[in-house]
Design a binder for this molecule. Structure first.
Ligand code: ISE
Length: 338
């Protein structure tokens, strides 16, 4: 560390990585951005020019740099395993964007490497855990204010899907957030997943099955359903309703400022996830900086959580392919993550 400043390197400066790099530079206390890497060097140089960090093309140059105390990994999921294994070997704390890894096998190798190293180094970027509404819903559920939880109804809607988005990615890239949120909110593992869909929206690209409905079973007997609709058109919405024995609680209803004008009552709809979860991303990164500097971990997703979500995604993709219920099989959770 440079005085009290954590020197941060960001690997991958596409949409999310660039956002995180600017977040470290502009509004995270106790941290300083020192290096950014991207295979597209010009992209890295643009971020470097506006932040004073240095630009690299090879991500491993940043992972190995002696002036980098901690890493944000926002490269595509398929690159995560090798980057994380190198960071864990060096003993460097990492905030890794979701998914931890594209499949349960590689996620498990990351878990095993962290356990062998004997230090909690990996935080996974499941930002809902830092969203005030989600945190309040978790408090309500933990305190059993609704009595025992029975059901969660989740909706996750994007305005439109980016180019290259596939039917599997509705699970791996989008519902992965709900898999983590369901586990975290209910304090239970996911035991099985079933996927169904109605006719596809005419607004979805022809190759895409959109929307889809994902039924989730958990080890405590609570059921959840997730509507994922990535070409919903109107904007971005993440909603979750918990049903308990004595009441219900809903988040993501989009209260905000209400305008009444011309015979209409209106509230704004978020444009995308950076808009809706901007404050949660800020809190997530600030929390990570505190823990990387030795502070306590509170509620952040661990490598184990990343592995459990990856295993649920694998079951989800299998359920899409077979049209059947698919069980999630996890290894025993190491005491390290208790
Ligand atoms: C994207 O990768 C995200 O992580 C967003 O939070 C999610 O809403 C979107 O569907 C994903 O593609």
């Amino acid at each position: 560390m440079d005085g009290q400043q954590l020197r941060v390197g960001v690997v991958g400066v596409g949409r999310m990585g660039a956002d995180h790099a600017l977040r470290v530079h502009e509004r995270t206390s106790g941290a300083r951005l020192v290096a950014v890497a991207d295979p597209d060097l010009a992209r890295a140089q643009r971020i470097a020019a506006s932040t004073g960090a240095r630009a690299c093309q090879d991500p491993f140059d940043v992972v190995a740099a002696s002036d980098v105390d901690a890493l944000v990994i926002a490269a595509p999921g398929a690159a995560h395993e090798q980057l994380l294994l190198a960071a864990i070997e060096r003993g460097v704390p990492v905030l890794c964007e979701k998914p931890l890894a594209p499949d349960a096998g590689s996620a498990l190798r990351i878990v095993e490497a962290e356990v062998a190293r004997g230090r909690h180094l990996v935080q996974v970027g499941f930002m809902r855990r830092f969203d005030p509404e989600h945190v309040e819903l978790k408090r309500v559920l933990d305190a059993q204010e609704l009595g025992r939880a029975l059901l969660l109804h989740c909706q996750h809607r994007n305005a439109s899907s980016p180019p290259g988005f596939t039917t599997e990615m509705l699970i791996q890239d989008s519902v992965v957030h709900e898999f983590d949120a369901i586990r975290w909110l209910l304090d239970a593992e996911i035991s099985a997943v079933t996927v169904q869909w109605p006719r596809s929206s005419a607004n979805a690209p022809a190759h895409l099955v959109d929307p889809q409905v994902v039924a989730v079973e958990t080890t405590t007997g609570v059921l959840a359903d997730v509507e994922i609709f990535v070409n919903a058109g109107f904007g971005y919405q993440v909603r979750c309703e918990a049903v308990g024995e004595q009441g219900t609680a809903v988040i993501g209803a989009g209260a905000g400022v209400v305008t009444r004008r011309g015979g209409r009552r209106c509230t704004a709809v978020a444009a995308d996830f950076r808009d809706r979860f901007g404050a949660a991303f800020d809190r997530e990164l600030q929390h990570w900086v505190h823990t990387a500097r030795g502070g306590p971990v509170r509620g952040a997703a661990s490598a184990w959580d990343g592995y459990a979500a990856a295993a649920a995604c694998e079951a989800g993709v299998q359920a899409q392919r077979t049209g059947r219920r698919s069980e999630v099989r996890l290894v025993d959770r190491p005491d390290f993550y208790a």
